[in-house]
Design a protein around this ligand. Structure first.
Ligand code: C5P
Length: 401
Protein backbone atom coordinates (compact mmCIF):
# COMPACT_ATOMS: atom_id res chain seq x y z
CA UNK A 1 0.00 0.00 0.00
CA UNK A 2 1.21 3.47 -0.86
CA UNK A 3 1.43 5.57 2.30
CA UNK A 4 2.64 8.75 0.60
CA UNK A 5 0.42 11.65 1.60
CA UNK A 6 -1.78 12.72 -1.28
CA UNK A 7 -1.93 16.35 -2.34
CA UNK A 8 -5.15 18.01 -1.24
CA UNK A 9 -7.53 19.93 -3.48
CA UNK A 10 -9.83 22.18 -1.50
CA UNK A 11 -12.85 22.50 -3.79
CA UNK A 12 -15.33 25.33 -3.29
CA UNK A 13 -18.76 24.74 -4.83
CA UNK A 14 -21.11 27.69 -5.24
CA UNK A 15 -24.75 28.14 -6.20
CA UNK A 16 -24.50 27.91 -9.97
CA UNK A 17 -26.48 25.32 -11.92
CA UNK A 18 -23.12 23.84 -12.95
CA UNK A 19 -22.66 22.69 -9.31
CA UNK A 20 -23.60 19.12 -10.32
CA UNK A 21 -20.54 19.04 -12.61
CA UNK A 22 -18.34 19.49 -9.54
CA UNK A 23 -19.17 15.84 -8.69
CA UNK A 24 -17.49 14.73 -11.91
CA UNK A 25 -14.57 17.04 -11.14
CA UNK A 26 -14.09 15.34 -7.75
CA UNK A 27 -13.91 11.98 -9.55
CA UNK A 28 -11.31 13.27 -12.00
CA UNK A 29 -9.18 14.64 -9.17
CA UNK A 30 -9.35 11.28 -7.41
CA UNK A 31 -8.40 9.44 -10.60
CA UNK A 32 -5.38 11.76 -10.82
CA UNK A 33 -4.34 10.63 -7.33
CA UNK A 34 -5.50 13.70 -5.40
CA UNK A 35 -7.43 13.96 -2.15
CA UNK A 36 -10.43 16.33 -2.23
CA UNK A 37 -12.25 18.24 0.49
CA UNK A 38 -15.31 20.28 -0.38
CA UNK A 39 -16.67 23.57 0.93
CA UNK A 40 -20.21 24.43 -0.17
CA UNK A 41 -22.02 27.74 0.01
CA UNK A 42 -25.62 27.88 1.21
CA UNK A 43 -26.89 28.34 -2.34
CA UNK A 44 -24.85 25.40 -3.63
CA UNK A 45 -26.61 23.16 -1.11
CA UNK A 46 -29.95 24.04 -2.72
CA UNK A 47 -28.65 22.48 -5.96
CA UNK A 48 -26.59 19.48 -4.82
CA UNK A 49 -26.73 17.81 -1.43
CA UNK A 50 -23.70 17.95 0.83
CA UNK A 51 -24.19 14.20 1.33
CA UNK A 52 -23.24 13.61 -2.32
CA UNK A 53 -19.86 15.26 -1.89
CA UNK A 54 -19.37 13.61 1.46
CA UNK A 55 -19.91 10.20 -0.13
CA UNK A 56 -17.69 11.02 -3.10
CA UNK A 57 -14.79 12.47 -1.11
CA UNK A 58 -14.98 10.47 2.10
CA UNK A 59 -14.64 13.73 4.04
CA UNK A 60 -17.18 15.85 5.88
CA UNK A 61 -18.34 18.74 3.72
CA UNK A 62 -17.60 22.13 5.25
CA UNK A 63 -20.49 24.56 5.09
CA UNK A 64 -20.39 26.84 8.12
CA UNK A 65 -17.75 29.16 9.53
CA UNK A 66 -18.15 27.81 13.05
CA UNK A 67 -19.24 24.21 12.52
CA UNK A 68 -16.10 22.14 13.12
CA UNK A 69 -15.58 21.25 16.78
CA UNK A 70 -12.18 19.73 15.88
CA UNK A 71 -10.59 22.92 14.54
CA UNK A 72 -10.05 26.13 16.46
CA UNK A 73 -10.55 28.33 13.40
CA UNK A 74 -12.07 26.27 10.64
CA UNK A 75 -11.40 28.52 7.64
CA UNK A 76 -7.76 28.93 8.61
CA UNK A 77 -7.17 25.21 9.06
CA UNK A 78 -8.77 24.45 5.70
CA UNK A 79 -6.87 27.26 3.99
CA UNK A 80 -3.55 26.05 5.38
CA UNK A 81 -4.14 22.41 4.56
CA UNK A 82 -4.83 22.93 0.86
CA UNK A 83 -2.18 22.33 -1.81
CA UNK A 84 -4.48 24.03 -4.27
CA UNK A 85 -7.74 25.91 -3.80
CA UNK A 86 -10.31 25.61 -6.59
CA UNK A 87 -13.73 27.22 -6.86
CA UNK A 88 -15.77 25.41 -9.50
CA UNK A 89 -18.33 26.50 -10.37
CA UNK A 90 -17.71 30.05 -9.22
CA UNK A 91 -20.95 32.07 -9.33
CA UNK A 92 -21.06 35.77 -10.18
CA UNK A 93 -21.86 36.50 -6.54
CA UNK A 94 -18.83 34.70 -5.12
CA UNK A 95 -16.54 35.94 -7.89
CA UNK A 96 -17.47 39.57 -7.30
CA UNK A 97 -17.23 39.18 -3.53
CA UNK A 98 -13.79 37.59 -3.60
CA UNK A 99 -12.48 40.24 -5.97
CA UNK A 100 -13.46 42.85 -3.39
CA UNK A 101 -12.02 40.98 -0.42
CA UNK A 102 -15.42 40.28 1.09
CA UNK A 103 -15.30 37.34 3.48
CA UNK A 104 -18.78 36.75 4.90
CA UNK A 105 -19.13 32.95 4.82
CA UNK A 106 -16.85 29.93 5.05
CA UNK A 107 -15.94 29.81 1.36
CA UNK A 108 -15.14 33.49 0.86
CA UNK A 109 -13.29 33.65 4.20
CA UNK A 110 -11.17 30.66 3.18
CA UNK A 111 -10.50 32.30 -0.19
CA UNK A 112 -9.13 35.36 1.57
CA UNK A 113 -7.10 33.30 4.04
CA UNK A 114 -5.47 30.80 1.72
CA UNK A 115 -1.95 31.15 0.38
CA UNK A 116 -2.31 28.08 -1.82
CA UNK A 117 -2.46 28.53 -5.60
CA UNK A 118 -6.00 29.61 -6.42
CA UNK A 119 -8.03 28.47 -9.44
CA UNK A 120 -11.43 29.84 -10.29
CA UNK A 121 -13.83 28.43 -12.90
CA UNK A 122 -16.63 30.96 -13.39
CA UNK A 123 -20.12 29.86 -14.46
CA UNK A 124 -22.95 32.30 -14.88
CA UNK A 125 -25.58 33.76 -17.12
CA UNK A 126 -24.12 35.72 -20.05
CA UNK A 127 -25.52 39.08 -18.93
CA UNK A 128 -23.91 38.63 -15.51
CA UNK A 129 -20.64 37.70 -17.18
CA UNK A 130 -20.73 40.68 -19.49
CA UNK A 131 -21.69 43.09 -16.74
CA UNK A 132 -18.82 45.57 -16.37
CA UNK A 133 -18.71 44.86 -12.64
CA UNK A 134 -17.98 41.17 -13.25
CA UNK A 135 -15.55 42.10 -15.99
CA UNK A 136 -13.63 44.29 -13.52
CA UNK A 137 -13.65 41.55 -10.89
CA UNK A 138 -12.18 39.05 -13.34
CA UNK A 139 -9.39 41.53 -14.08
CA UNK A 140 -8.74 42.06 -10.37
CA UNK A 141 -8.51 38.31 -9.74
CA UNK A 142 -6.30 37.79 -12.77
CA UNK A 143 -3.98 40.55 -11.57
CA UNK A 144 -3.86 38.96 -8.12
CA UNK A 145 -2.50 35.75 -9.66
CA UNK A 146 -5.71 33.71 -9.60
CA UNK A 147 -5.82 31.21 -12.47
CA UNK A 148 -9.12 31.78 -14.25
CA UNK A 149 -10.31 28.76 -16.22
CA UNK A 150 -12.97 29.65 -18.80
CA UNK A 151 -15.82 30.32 -18.90
CA UNK A 152 -16.46 28.84 -22.30
CA UNK A 153 -19.37 29.06 -24.71
CA UNK A 154 -22.26 26.62 -24.93
CA UNK A 155 -25.74 25.85 -23.74
CA UNK A 156 -26.61 27.84 -20.61
CA UNK A 157 -29.26 26.86 -18.07
CA UNK A 158 -31.20 30.02 -18.94
CA UNK A 159 -31.83 28.56 -22.40
CA UNK A 160 -29.36 30.49 -24.54
CA UNK A 161 -26.19 29.42 -26.33
CA UNK A 162 -23.65 31.92 -25.16
CA UNK A 163 -20.58 32.54 -23.06
CA UNK A 164 -20.69 31.94 -19.33
CA UNK A 165 -20.69 28.16 -19.34
CA UNK A 166 -18.30 26.55 -16.88
CA UNK A 167 -15.28 24.93 -18.52
CA UNK A 168 -15.47 21.16 -18.64
CA UNK A 169 -14.39 19.20 -15.54
CA UNK A 170 -11.56 17.79 -17.73
CA UNK A 171 -10.25 21.30 -18.49
CA UNK A 172 -10.48 22.37 -14.85
CA UNK A 173 -8.74 19.19 -13.70
CA UNK A 174 -5.97 19.68 -16.30
CA UNK A 175 -5.45 23.30 -15.16
CA UNK A 176 -5.26 22.11 -11.54
CA UNK A 177 -2.68 19.44 -12.35
CA UNK A 178 -0.63 22.05 -14.24
CA UNK A 179 -0.65 24.37 -11.26
CA UNK A 180 0.31 21.54 -8.87
CA UNK A 181 3.14 20.44 -11.15
CA UNK A 182 4.66 23.92 -11.26
CA UNK A 183 8.21 24.07 -10.05
CA UNK A 184 10.48 27.04 -9.61
CA UNK A 185 12.66 25.91 -12.50
CA UNK A 186 12.97 29.50 -13.75
CA UNK A 187 14.24 30.89 -10.43
CA UNK A 188 17.15 33.26 -10.98
CA UNK A 189 16.29 33.73 -14.67
CA UNK A 190 15.28 37.03 -16.22
CA UNK A 191 12.65 36.79 -18.93
CA UNK A 192 11.78 39.60 -21.33
CA UNK A 193 8.47 39.29 -23.20
CA UNK A 194 7.01 41.60 -25.85
CA UNK A 195 3.31 41.21 -26.56
CA UNK A 196 0.14 42.80 -27.90
CA UNK A 197 -0.26 44.90 -31.02
CA UNK A 198 1.47 48.20 -31.70
CA UNK A 199 -0.37 51.32 -32.85
CA UNK A 200 1.09 53.53 -35.54
CA UNK A 201 -0.82 56.80 -35.55
CA UNK A 202 -1.60 58.82 -38.66
CA UNK A 203 -3.18 61.64 -36.69
CA UNK A 204 -4.41 61.97 -33.09
CA UNK A 205 -7.38 59.64 -33.72
CA UNK A 206 -6.38 57.10 -36.40
CA UNK A 207 -3.83 54.34 -36.43
CA UNK A 208 -2.66 51.12 -38.09
CA UNK A 209 -2.75 48.11 -35.81
CA UNK A 210 -3.66 44.42 -35.61
CA UNK A 211 -6.32 42.46 -33.69
CA UNK A 212 -3.70 40.80 -31.46
CA UNK A 213 -5.13 40.31 -27.95
CA UNK A 214 -1.77 39.92 -26.20
CA UNK A 215 -3.10 36.79 -24.44
CA UNK A 216 -0.17 34.55 -25.31
CA UNK A 217 2.40 37.01 -23.99
CA UNK A 218 0.43 37.68 -20.80
CA UNK A 219 0.00 33.93 -20.22
CA UNK A 220 3.76 33.45 -20.72
CA UNK A 221 4.50 36.26 -18.28
CA UNK A 222 2.18 34.83 -15.64
CA UNK A 223 3.58 31.32 -16.02
CA UNK A 224 7.24 32.45 -16.03
CA UNK A 225 6.61 34.50 -12.88
CA UNK A 226 4.87 31.56 -11.18
CA UNK A 227 7.92 29.42 -12.00
CA UNK A 228 10.24 31.83 -10.24
CA UNK A 229 11.50 34.09 -13.05
CA UNK A 230 11.94 37.84 -12.91
CA UNK A 231 9.72 38.98 -15.74
CA UNK A 232 9.57 42.18 -17.79
CA UNK A 233 6.45 42.42 -19.95
CA UNK A 234 6.61 45.05 -22.68
CA UNK A 235 3.11 45.33 -24.08
CA UNK A 236 1.25 47.31 -26.70
CA UNK A 237 -2.35 48.35 -25.88
CA UNK A 238 -4.49 45.41 -24.72
CA UNK A 239 -7.55 44.79 -22.54
CA UNK A 240 -5.51 42.65 -20.16
CA UNK A 241 -4.37 43.32 -16.63
CA UNK A 242 -0.64 42.93 -15.97
CA UNK A 243 0.11 39.94 -13.72
CA UNK A 244 1.10 40.73 -10.14
CA UNK A 245 4.86 40.83 -9.54
CA UNK A 246 5.73 41.30 -13.20
CA UNK A 247 7.51 44.48 -14.34
CA UNK A 248 5.00 45.88 -16.79
CA UNK A 249 6.10 48.37 -19.45
CA UNK A 250 3.18 49.68 -21.52
CA UNK A 251 4.06 51.04 -24.96
CA UNK A 252 2.12 52.18 -28.01
CA UNK A 253 4.26 52.24 -31.15
CA UNK A 254 6.89 49.85 -32.56
CA UNK A 255 9.60 52.41 -31.93
CA UNK A 256 8.60 52.71 -28.28
CA UNK A 257 8.50 48.91 -28.03
CA UNK A 258 12.02 48.67 -29.45
CA UNK A 259 13.37 51.18 -26.91
CA UNK A 260 11.67 49.41 -23.99
CA UNK A 261 12.84 45.96 -25.15
CA UNK A 262 16.37 47.24 -25.75
CA UNK A 263 16.57 48.51 -22.17
CA UNK A 264 15.93 45.01 -20.80
CA UNK A 265 17.43 42.76 -23.50
CA UNK A 266 21.06 42.53 -22.37
CA UNK A 267 20.21 41.47 -18.84
CA UNK A 268 17.66 38.85 -19.96
CA UNK A 269 18.34 35.11 -20.08
CA UNK A 270 15.31 34.50 -22.29
CA UNK A 271 13.68 37.02 -24.65
CA UNK A 272 10.32 36.08 -26.14
CA UNK A 273 9.01 38.31 -28.90
CA UNK A 274 5.29 37.58 -28.97
CA UNK A 275 4.18 41.06 -30.06
CA UNK A 276 2.30 41.59 -33.31
CA UNK A 277 4.36 44.58 -34.37
CA UNK A 278 3.04 46.73 -37.23
CA UNK A 279 5.54 46.42 -40.04
CA UNK A 280 4.90 49.97 -41.25
CA UNK A 281 4.16 53.38 -39.78
CA UNK A 282 3.14 56.63 -41.44
CA UNK A 283 6.12 58.58 -42.76
CA UNK A 284 4.56 61.66 -41.25
CA UNK A 285 2.33 61.84 -38.18
CA UNK A 286 -0.17 64.69 -38.39
CA UNK A 287 -0.63 66.87 -35.35
CA UNK A 288 -4.27 67.69 -36.16
CA UNK A 289 -7.07 65.32 -37.19
CA UNK A 290 -7.12 64.72 -40.95
CA UNK A 291 -10.33 66.27 -42.38
CA UNK A 292 -12.61 64.23 -44.63
CA UNK A 293 -13.28 66.99 -47.16
CA UNK A 294 -9.60 67.61 -47.84
CA UNK A 295 -9.45 65.07 -50.71
CA UNK A 296 -7.85 61.61 -50.68
CA UNK A 297 -4.82 61.71 -48.41
CA UNK A 298 -1.48 60.79 -50.00
CA UNK A 299 -0.37 58.40 -47.31
CA UNK A 300 3.25 57.46 -47.32
CA UNK A 301 4.41 54.56 -45.21
CA UNK A 302 7.83 53.80 -43.89
CA UNK A 303 9.19 50.57 -42.46
CA UNK A 304 9.28 49.97 -38.72
CA UNK A 305 12.36 48.49 -37.12
CA UNK A 306 12.26 44.72 -36.68
CA UNK A 307 12.65 44.59 -32.91
CA UNK A 308 13.68 40.96 -32.70
CA UNK A 309 16.16 41.14 -35.58
CA UNK A 310 17.67 44.42 -34.32
CA UNK A 311 18.30 43.05 -30.85
CA UNK A 312 19.62 39.67 -32.04
CA UNK A 313 22.07 41.47 -34.35
CA UNK A 314 23.31 43.42 -31.36
CA UNK A 315 23.69 40.22 -29.29
CA UNK A 316 25.61 38.49 -32.08
CA UNK A 317 27.86 41.51 -32.66
CA UNK A 318 29.08 41.24 -29.08
CA UNK A 319 29.46 37.45 -29.23
CA UNK A 320 27.01 37.11 -26.38
CA UNK A 321 25.19 33.78 -26.04
CA UNK A 322 22.47 35.37 -23.94
CA UNK A 323 19.55 35.87 -24.12
CA UNK A 324 17.97 32.84 -25.80
CA UNK A 325 15.72 34.49 -28.38
CA UNK A 326 12.26 33.25 -29.31
CA UNK A 327 10.11 34.66 -32.10
CA UNK A 328 6.64 33.85 -33.34
CA UNK A 329 5.57 33.31 -36.92
CA UNK A 330 1.86 33.88 -37.40
CA UNK A 331 1.34 32.64 -40.94
CA UNK A 332 -1.59 31.99 -43.25
CA UNK A 333 0.24 29.73 -45.77
CA UNK A 334 3.44 27.67 -46.09
CA UNK A 335 3.67 27.86 -42.32
CA UNK A 336 6.78 25.79 -41.70
CA UNK A 337 8.75 27.01 -44.70
CA UNK A 338 8.04 30.59 -43.68
CA UNK A 339 8.99 29.85 -40.08
CA UNK A 340 12.30 28.35 -41.15
CA UNK A 341 13.04 31.34 -43.35
CA UNK A 342 12.26 33.62 -40.41
CA UNK A 343 14.51 31.63 -38.08
CA UNK A 344 17.42 32.26 -40.42
CA UNK A 345 16.61 35.81 -41.46
CA UNK A 346 16.05 37.10 -37.95
CA UNK A 347 18.67 34.96 -36.20
CA UNK A 348 16.26 33.71 -33.52
CA UNK A 349 17.09 30.51 -31.59
CA UNK A 350 13.50 29.30 -31.82
CA UNK A 351 10.51 30.24 -33.93
CA UNK A 352 7.04 29.27 -32.74
CA UNK A 353 4.89 28.94 -35.83
CA UNK A 354 1.12 29.00 -35.94
CA UNK A 355 -1.58 29.07 -38.57
CA UNK A 356 -3.65 32.21 -38.12
CA UNK A 357 -5.90 31.37 -41.06
CA UNK A 358 -7.51 28.70 -38.84
CA UNK A 359 -10.24 30.55 -36.90
CA UNK A 360 -10.12 28.05 -34.02
CA UNK A 361 -6.57 29.12 -33.22
CA UNK A 362 -6.47 32.62 -34.68
CA UNK A 363 -5.45 35.90 -33.12
CA UNK A 364 -8.16 36.51 -30.51
CA UNK A 365 -8.97 32.85 -29.85
CA UNK A 366 -8.49 31.19 -26.44
CA UNK A 367 -6.70 28.22 -27.99
CA UNK A 368 -3.66 27.62 -30.10
CA UNK A 369 -1.63 24.85 -31.69
CA UNK A 370 1.95 25.61 -32.65
CA UNK A 371 5.08 24.09 -34.13
CA UNK A 372 8.49 24.68 -32.55
CA UNK A 373 11.03 25.33 -35.30
CA UNK A 374 14.74 25.40 -34.53
CA UNK A 375 17.71 24.78 -36.76
CA UNK A 376 17.21 21.19 -37.87
CA UNK A 377 14.12 20.35 -35.81
CA UNK A 378 10.35 20.72 -35.90
CA UNK A 379 8.00 19.74 -33.10
CA UNK A 380 4.22 20.09 -33.33
CA UNK A 381 2.03 20.58 -30.24
CA UNK A 382 -1.59 19.58 -29.69
CA UNK A 383 -4.42 22.12 -29.74
CA UNK A 384 -4.52 23.61 -26.23
CA UNK A 385 -5.48 26.68 -24.22
CA UNK A 386 -3.08 29.63 -24.32
CA UNK A 387 -2.36 29.07 -20.61
CA UNK A 388 -1.40 25.46 -21.20
CA UNK A 389 0.64 26.48 -24.21
CA UNK A 390 2.60 28.93 -22.05
CA UNK A 391 3.69 25.99 -19.87
CA UNK A 392 4.65 23.92 -22.89
CA UNK A 393 6.60 26.81 -24.45
CA UNK A 394 8.60 27.46 -21.27
CA UNK A 395 9.30 23.72 -20.85
CA UNK A 396 10.60 23.63 -24.42
CA UNK A 397 12.81 26.71 -23.97
CA UNK A 398 14.27 25.33 -20.73
CA UNK A 399 15.29 22.16 -22.54
CA UNK A 400 17.17 24.26 -25.09
CA UNK A 401 18.99 26.61 -22.67
O1 C5P B 1 8.26 39.14 -39.74
P1 C5P B 1 7.14 38.83 -38.83
O2 C5P B 1 6.38 40.03 -38.37
O3 C5P B 1 6.24 37.74 -39.26
O4 C5P B 1 7.93 38.23 -37.56
C1 C5P B 1 7.30 37.85 -36.41
C2 C5P B 1 8.25 37.81 -35.25
O5 C5P B 1 9.12 38.93 -35.23
C3 C5P B 1 7.48 37.93 -33.94
O6 C5P B 1 8.23 37.24 -32.96
C4 C5P B 1 7.44 39.42 -33.70
O7 C5P B 1 7.25 39.73 -32.33
C5 C5P B 1 8.81 39.86 -34.20
N1 C5P B 1 8.81 41.20 -34.78
C6 C5P B 1 9.50 42.21 -34.18
N2 C5P B 1 9.51 43.47 -34.76
C7 C5P B 1 8.87 43.71 -35.91
C8 C5P B 1 8.17 42.69 -36.54
C9 C5P B 1 8.15 41.44 -35.95
O8 C5P B 1 10.07 42.00 -33.11
N3 C5P B 1 8.90 44.92 -36.42
Amino acid sequence: MNNEKKQLVLLGVTGSIAAYKACELVRLYQKAGLDVKVIMTKHAQKLVGAATFRALTGHAVATELFDDPGAAIHHISLAEEADVFVIAPCSANVLNKIAHGIADDLLTTTALATTAPFICAPAMNVAMLKNPLTHESLKVLDHAGVTIVGPGEGYLACGSEDSGRMSSPEEICAATLRVLARTTDLAGKRVLITTGPTREFLDPVRFISSPSSGKTGFALAREAKARGAEVVLVSGPTELQSPLGVEYVPVVSAQEMLEAARAHFDSADIAIFAAAVADYRFAEQLEEKFKKGAGLPALELTENPDILATLVARRNATNEKKPFVVGFAAETENILANAEAKLKAKGADLIIANDVSDLKIGFASEHNRVCFVTQGSREQTELMSKEQLATVILDYILKKL
